[in-house]
Unconditional design. Structure first.
Lengths: 265, 233
């Protein structure tokens, strides 16, 4: 029976290969490379890298302590909080963006932030916030699984040799959860780099201002500049391949676990 | 050296346990599986909740977190940190409260003392069970504890390794004058190691004995369940 299962496997592989071939062989490499070195693509690339790194830093500094707490402690309302933290995973990014648009609009937080000199909507900061909203729950889920995999008795053993809880966390727990944490960081970074729907709603689509790589693809398709769109797509694909390669390097089994934990609902 | 006192310790497993462990004394707790032996050690280490009072040198330690109790705890499984070499495990314990050159030196001496100097660059997964327990004991001592708690540390070892390590532990304990509480379900081990032996059954202390008294006692089998007695002699 198993050999029949090769048919759907080959169909899936062909489907994905078809998409990749279409992206890579639609235009000549010379045209793509020319578009790739254009100012617009370079701006989009720089903006994507900067916003996704900023989003990743915020997501990691908030998400890792959150994940540790969820992995180790029981407290009232934990189940509800867990559910809330998973909502962005099932929310359509466009709807998440609409929510952020309203939250940071004039009627809610917008006015107070404006008075402090902070403008979120239709700025690169809006792109960062959209990416944080989408990527941080993925990081929390992966990091939590990584912390849960560390036997808490190691932390007890650390306490019995005189290590404070903070030093135990830094010197024992985090190094032991390192691989899982790195997987989570890579997956959430990839998600932030590729974020489109929420970013479009919150940051808008303005060339040389808020156009990240995915938004650049969208804008260029809209204006019929296929080569520019494909150049951005190539960069995103290459980044994706590099991240997949990094995950593979960290151990195939772990990768599958983390990927599954990162996206499983 | 530290004197330990337990007064009316009660939680889900222990029932009104009173126990005094003298300064520098080697006390063994014996009892069948599920009697609450590990829980008793966890109470002293501050790793579980309980009601009652624990004092170290007449000072209550209820509000003292585990990492400030100046105790060493050898668990049944070695619990060496798997991402660190043997030496790094010891150095982490030696410098647990900040860099301490004197303790770092004594950590190196401990490797020699326990005959595992040649293993210092190895990761725990590359050690045998006996080597792991030696390294764990060395790491525990590297933190310079005043109280030593051991939870069936040799249970997973073969008879020969276990016997050698028992002798080394006894000699080290005497030399360092550590107040020691050793948990086992093995009567022979208890007789060999303990200056005093407390029998714990169903969460209560049923009596304390000298090794000779334990050897002569006729009712141990009843308290200890015949099956346990048979397998341990």
């Amino acid at each position: 029976m198993r050999r029949f299962f090769y048919i759907p496997l080959f169909l899936m592989v062909l489907f994905i290969l078809g998409v990749i071939i279409a992206l890579f062989f639609r235009s000549s490499p010379v045209e793509i490379l020319k578009a790739l070195s254009s100012r617009e693509t370079m701006y989009a690339l720089r903006l994507s890298v900067l916003t996704s790194i900023a989003a990743l830093l915020v997501s990691a500094s908030v998400g890792i302590p959150t994940a540790y707490l969820l992995a180790r402690e029981s407290f009232p309302g934990k189940a509800i909080m867990e559910l809330l933290l998973e909502i962005p995973l099932v929310m359509t990014p466009l709807i998440a963006g609409l929510g952020l648009l309203l939250l940071f609009g004039r009627e809610w937080l917008g006015d107070s932030l404006e008075r402090m000199g902070i403008t979120v909507l239709f700025t690169p900061l809006g792109a960062v916030i959209a990416q944080i909203f989408i990527a941080s729950p993925i990081l929390v889920k992966s990091a939590r699984a990584a912390f849960e995999a560390v036997d808490s008795r190691y932390e007890q053993a650390a306490a019995t040799i005189g290590l404070s809880p903070f030093r135990t966390f830094c010197l024992v727990t985090v190094p032991m959860a390192k691989r899982g944490l790195l997987s989570g960081i890579i997956i959430s970074w990839a998600r932030a780099m590729g974020e489109f729907g929420a970013t479009l709603m919150v940051a808008g689509a303005t060339r040389f201002k808020t156009a990240t790589l995915p938004i650049s693809v969208f804008l260029n398709i809209g204006t019929g500049e296929l080569e520019s769109a494909l150049a951005c797509a190539w960069v995103l694909l290459l980044a994706g391949f590099l991240m997949l390669f990094a995950l593979r390097m960290m151990g195939e089994d772990r990768t599958h676990d983390s990927l599954a934990q990162g996206v499983r609902l | 050296m530290t004197e330990i006192s337990l007064q009316r310790i009660t939680n889900g497993i222990l029932h009104e346990v009173d126990l005094e462990i003298g300064s520098g004394e080697f006390m063994v707790i014996i009892g069948p599986s599920g009697a609450g032996k590990t829980t008793l050690l966890n109470v002293i280490a501050g790793l579980v909740h309980y009601s009652g009072h624990v004092t170290f040198d007449c000072k209550p330690v209820e509000k003292v977190p585990t990492y400030r109790r100046a105790l060493g705890y050898v668990f049944q499984d070695s619990m060496l940190f798997p991402h660190l070499t043997v030496e790094a495990n010891l150095q982490l314990a030696a410098n647990s409260t900040g860099r301490n050159p004197e303790r770092s030196q004594s950590a190196k001496a401990l490797l020699k003392l326990l005959g595992i100097e040649h293993l210092r660059k190895r990761l725990p997964r590359h050690l045998s069970a006996g080597e792991r327990q030696r390294a764990t004991l060395a790491r525990t001592l590297a933190a310079d504890p005043k109280v030593l708690l051991l939870d069936e540390p040799f249970a997973n070892l073969d008879d020969r390794s276990s016997s050698v390590l028992r002798a080394e532990l006894k000699s080290l304990q005497k030399r360092l004058g550590l107040t020691t509480l050793f948990v086992t379900h093995n009567i022979r081990e208890a007789e060999e190691l303990g200056e005093r032996i407390a029998l714990l059954a169903s969460g209560s202390i049923e009596g304390t004995f000298t090794p000779d008294e334990l050897h002569r006692a006729q009712n141990i089998g009843n308290l200890y369940e015949c099956k346990e007695k048979a397998c341990c002699q």
